[in-house]
Design a binder for this molecule. Sequence first.
Ligand code: GAL
Length: 338
Amino acid sequence: MGGRNRFYQQLLVGLCVLAVLAGCGSLKAEETKKSLRIGVSLYRGDDTFINNIRGEMENCAKEYEQKHGIKVTLDIQDAKGSQNTQNNQVERFISLGCDVMCINPVDRTAASAMIDKAMTAGIPVVFFNRQPVEEDMDRWDQLYYVGVVARESAILQGSIVVDQYRKDPASLDMNGDGVISYVMLEGESSHQDSLIRTEWSIQTLKDGGVPIEKITGGIANWERSQASALMEQWLEKYPDMIELVVCNNDDMALGAIDALERAGKKNIKLVGIDGTTPGIEAVNAGKMLGTVSADKGKYAEAIFSLAASKALGQPVLEELSLENGKYYWSPQEILTGQ
Ligand code: GAL
């Protein structure tokens, strides 16, 4: 009996010691966390929109350091369009002891291998801009996504043209045949935004009563130079027919403008999406009818705030109003020259 009592006494003492140690441990973690290390991997560092977001993230990190007195190391890497390179970057972030990773996946359908590594290491991940498939996102409760709603971008883009048509139909229907003849420049076919943007911007034109006819379209992978080359071909093949260029993003609209300027063509209307720095400049200069601008500040703030909370083991800010506890959708707005 006495032996059993001693056993319980020792067990109790042991448990108390453990509890105190555990308490000290977490207290220590909170007290001593004076620096955060965040690994960021970009699918391509030369993408204009991604570069805008990167700049905003760097601002967030600086502001955070000043406000909280916690040193933030943003280790930003460029995967240069290679999923292999990105997988290696993720391994490196883990071996360097990053507290959290922010990943802009090269191949959004191949996020699984990166998730495996993150889960094994217990490091939360904030994905952004290239949305992993739902099955992957549902694999762990420490996975988040920040982006814009593609359908909303497209509807806003379509409404820029609808408004212009209602205000001044002749500015679009330049040959006066009662139909707006358009060409379409599309982003990467594997990107969640491309198909949805293409479909819904055109649907919005139809719903808005704009009489349209598609001349042709092509994939320019978000890139200015590819878009410029396509537009040049179309201008040769369909002389004086194109009245409107609908572009899945600003960079492709800028590429089309390059081709139009080379051909000495004026007055053809173009619409983009993103509101990148050069995109907004083109709108202000009257070279682009309008764009749909994602709020880059809020977008980057959401990525950074999720990352910082996760790195400190704190709950995610309620004001982010995450959908299903893991998706943040950044607001966007129409920008036109008028
Ligand atoms: C899109 C954006 C494009 C390009 C792409 C990269 O959302 O509109 O300009 O940045 O993401 O994934």
